[in-house]
Design a protein around this ligand. Structure first.
Ligand code: NAD
Length: 480
């Protein structure tokens, strides 16, 4: 399927000057399926120099032409969906149907950014004197360093590349080394669509060495990272030391508030789908299920029924609805988080223990009454674990929802407009979805507050993040 993933620098696919490679594993079998080229600083210098050259050309390319290339890349992704989805499932583990959905969602994303590139408007501010024009111009900020994770290898890269390219920026992108093949196919689609050499440069290697070299580099003007809060804080501090603009899309620990008056069938169906998608390795996955006393028993029963219907297996098999975790770190982390919660008094209602000898599998798990001091009630599990507990009134639910330093997504189910409004006003999160699942589409803002990050990767805000504002005031020359 793929044996060797190369770098893409200045319009050429190439190995590293170092000649080094990193093995890539199939998380369903733990077997090596290929390898990815591993950069050294000489490769990074080439990539940055190419991005500088690419920026000079791309910033002058008209938004109409940029938009045509992004649209063509979207069309190519759709046409190549079966091949790319196969690569993604093999390296990441998610069910093949989810891989296909991700490719189509990424194509939608590129199309949205193609449209937005034609709307990077400035404005005209009324002047205080006759003959003066006050102009606000929007300009691409410059070459960007982008770092994307392994949970959505293509769509996370499409969000960053789409917004940066729409704005007229060039990019050095480093996707995750664990899932290198599918984001390389996204870059291939852009190149095949006519993106000029140097505008997007793809590198892989040691993440800390790459970010430590690229972020301080004077040619790089903007840093965008998706990943964990600790790494995000480290990269944001480094960017701050060098006065680089940042977008940080970090971890979450989403509350899902289910009130007595909720449509419990819908709540259980929609929230179970959100919880177990991609084996729970989703920054916006519902995690703390806060259920009002009167709805608790029925909701938990409905949720458990949907949990038990899931079929754990190799994502390449059509009947699988939940694949393995993407790497061994997550499997070890989940075991330790669940054990800690159980030792402190939580009850396992489903799953909880590893069942396979091979592959990084973890069963869909429901834990009841994990105490506040258990690690899993404070650390992002990033896996298929739902934590259910009770609340009496909406103030109590809000206090628990806002207890953690995270603030990415939140969910609520209620038939009361009063409750819904109280939640909309009181919840400390970047996104709230009430009575349905409505997050993460290209045209709506996507991002967090507090420790969940800074900036938005959706909606018109996403392109703004790659634009600098220049003010030009122009008077009329005196007539000779
Ligand atoms: P991690 O923080 O080590 O890595 C997350 C991503 O960041 C990976 O793609 C990795 O290659 C990259 N990374 C790590 N250190 C880096 C550095 N110094 N410079 C540049 N990039 C670096 O964590 P992990 O074990 O891979 O994932 C576990 C945690 O990451 C989860 O608990 C979750 O909080 C978070 N995560 C979040 C998202 C998201 O969508 N926000 C995605 C993946 C992982």
């Amino acid at each position: 399927m793929y044996s060797r993933v190369q770098l893409f620098i200045d319009g050429e696919w190439c190995d590293s000057i170092s000649g080094k490679f990193i093995p890539v594993l199939d998380p369903a079998t733990e077997e090596a399926i290929g390898e990815v080229a591993c950069v050294n600083t000489a490769d990074l210098d080439r990539a940055i120099a190419a991005a500088v050259k690419g920026f000079r050309l791309w910033r002058k390319t008209s938004p109409l032409d940029r938009s045509a290339i992004l649209r063509e890349a979207a069309a190519l992704l759709r046409r190549r969906v079966e091949a790319i989805a196969g690569v993604m499932t093999k390296e990441q583990g998610k069910p093949i149907a989810e891989s296909r959905t991700e490719i189509f969602a990424s194509a939608d994303m590129l199309e949205w950014f193609a449209e937005e590139s034609r709307r990077t408007y400035g404005r005209v501010i009324p002047a205080r004197s006759e003959g003066v024009l006050n102009l606000v111009l929007k300009e691409p900020v410059g070459p960007v360093a982008a770092f994307t994770p392994w949970n959505f290898p293509v769509s996370q890269a499409a969000r960053k590349l789409g917004a940066a390219l729409a704005a007229g920026c060039s990019v050095v992108i480093k996707p995750a080394e664990e899932t290198p093949g599918s984001p390389a196919e996204l870059v291939r689609a852009l190149a095949d669509a006519g993106l000029p050499a140097g505008v997007v440069n793809l590198v892989y290697g040691n993440p800390a060495e790459i970010s430590g070299y690229v972020i301080p580099h004077p040619a790089i003007r903007k840093v965008s990272f998706t990943g964990s809060t600790p790494v995000g804080k480290a990269l944001a501090s480094l960017a701050g030391q060098h006065m680089k603009r940042i977008t940080m899309e970090l971890g979450g620990h989403a509350p899902a508030i289910i009130c007595d008056d909720a449509d419990l069938q819908t709540a259980a169906t929609v929230l179970a789908a959100g919880k177990y998608r991609n084996a729970g390795q989703v920054c916006i996955a519902p995690t703390r299920f806060l259920v009002q006393d009167g709805a608790y028993d029925s909701f938990v029963e409905e949720f458990l029924a949907r949990t038990r219907q899931l079929k754990v297996g190799n994502g390449a098999e059509a009947e699988t609805t939940i694949g393995p975790l993407a790497n061994q770190r997550r499997q070890a982390a989940l075991e330790s988080l669940v054990d800690d919660a159980v030792q402190r008094g939580a009850s396992i209602l489903a799953g909880g223990r590893r069942q396979h000898n091979k592959g990084y599998f973890f069963p869909p798990t429901v834990l009841a009454d994990a105490p506040h001091d258990s690690r899993i009630m404070n650390e992002e599990p990033f896996g298929p674990v739902a934590l259910v507990s009770r609340f009496k009134d909406i103030d109590e639910a809000l206090a628990e929802a806002n207890r953690l330093p995270y603030g990415l997504a939140a969910y609520a189910y209620t038939r009361s407009i009063r409750t819904s409004t109280a939640l909309a006003e009181g919840i400390e999160s970047g996104m709230l979805s009430v009575n349905h699942y409505g997050l993460a589409i290209p045209e709506t803002p996507f991002g967090g507050v507090k420790d969940s990050g800074f900036g938005s990767e959706g909606g018109s805000e996403a392109v703004d993040a790659y634009l600098a504002t220049k003010f030009v005031t122009q008077g009329s020359p005196a007539v000779a």
